[in-house]
Design a protein around this ligand. Structure first.
Ligand code: DPM
Length: 361
């Protein structure tokens, strides 16, 4: 992976012409910088004639470190400041973790690329004195750190002998809190974030979807752009990964129909196999005692796949992907909506509104 340094060097002129510069917005955390670097590197490979410049900014989510994300109550915690910069033309594109992007973006913005997904699962990092253990083999009453309502609800249900407590701060801070104190026996984080930081070696256990369903969009990087900026939209569209896009459209449609967000325990897993898209979705009460979970599938095989889709810039749950067959995107979105409606018919609304009230209290 190219270092930030090498990417930040002033762009050379080519045949006496100054290269066009694309400004890329990023949050300042180390993970965000690494993610942005990797996206810029992929763009640079595909567009050698362009010059990329990285602009780092702090967001609300980075500044408020003492409150659980789910309690801050702002939907676009990590995105607002970056969107302002896009709007003001201070940057041309912004790199995010897809899971931090709301299912409805503010008007004027769209997700112009969703890159190939990393492992979307959650992972457990254990205190050094518990090396080699699993959540199941930790001593009773051990304290596990997570401030994700989704992780806590599922794991409380599965491991009632453990205790769960909030832990905030960026990845570095959390690992430090784990290793340097005795407060936590383990913490749960996204495997993708740990991998990108180069900390695979600290992963003690990967939680399969059977243990813990993941968050909508987890493990995928997204590029947000101005919806009307056709040149940038086309430039970034080379990064779209078809399988990731279809899975994430279904996941985001499920979340959107449930009116979920960071502040409710909603979880998913998806699989694209033999042109069938499978979506498992679940909602939980905060303590995990109540849950609804179902799986549905939809065919992603369509005749005339190579026909051009509609000319308009149609977005599916915020994603613009002209390079991906339109009927498949429509079917993926419908799958998410239908699964949500199935859970709603079983009482999901009640579970989620109680969870929301309890979390706000
Ligand atoms: C969202 C959640 C968390 C992040 C909620 C959830 C975790 C919060 C916490 C929506 N965003 O997952 O149920 O543990 O306090 C975040 C991480 C990544 C993107 C870090 C992580 C990296 C992985 C990726 C924070 N956003 O989840 O460990 O790119 O998907």
């Amino acid at each position: 992976m190219a270092s930030l340094q090498s990417l930040q060097q002033p762009c050379k002129e080519e045949n006496g012409l100054k290269k066009q510069t694309i400004r890329v917005g990023t949050r300042k955390s180390q993970l965000a910088r690494i993610q942005t670097d990797s996206v810029v590197q992929m763009l640079q490979e595909r567009h050698p004639h362009l010059c990329f410049e990285i602009v780092a900014m702090s967001t609300t989510g980075d500044k408020i470190l003492d409150t659980a994300l789910s309690k801050i109550g702002e939907k676009s915690l990590f995105t607002k400041e970056l969107e302002l910069a896009l709007e003001r033309n201070e940057v041309d594109l912004v790199v995010h973790s897809l899971k931090d992007l709301p299912t409805s973006l503010p008007a004027g913005f769209t997700i112009g690329a969703v890159c190939k997904r990393e492992n979307p699962c959650d992972a457990v990092v254990f205190h050094p004195k518990h090396t080699g253990k699993t959540l199941r083999s930790l001593p009773d009453k051990s304290v596990v750190g997570t401030s994700s309502l989704r992780r806590a609800a599922q794991l409380k249900r599965k491991f009632p002998q453990l205790q769960f407590r909030d832990i905030r701060g960026n990845l570095n801070t959390r690992l430090k809190k784990l290793e340097e104190k005795e407060d936590f026996s383990a913490i749960v984080l996204a495997a993708a974030g740990l991998r990108r930081m180069g900390w695979d070696g600290r992963i003690g256990q990967i939680l399969s979807p059977a243990d813990c369903l993941y968050a909508v969009g987890q493990g995928a990087l997204a590029v947000e752009v101005r919806a009307k900026d056709q040149a940038v939209l086309e430039m970034v569209s080379v990064l779209h990964d078809e399988e990731t896009v279809l899975r994430c459209i279904a996941e985001r449609a499920f979340m959107k129909r449930l009116e979920g967000g960071c502040s409710v325990p909603v979880a998913v897993s998806t699989l694209l196999k033999d042109l069938q898209l499978y979506l498992t979705g679940a909602v939980y009460s905060l303590d995990g005692s109540e849950s609804l979970r179902e799986t549905m599938q939809a065919s992603m095989s369509f005749p005339n796949e190579n026909e051009d889709g509609p000319d308009d810039d149609i977005q599916h749950v915020g994603i613009t992907a002209k390079t991906i067959p339109h009927p498949a995107q429509v079917a993926a979105e419908r799958l998410g909506v239908e699964l949500a409606e199935l859970l709603l018919s079983q009482g999901a609304k009640q579970i989620l509104s109680v969870a929301r009230q309890m979390n706000d209290a």
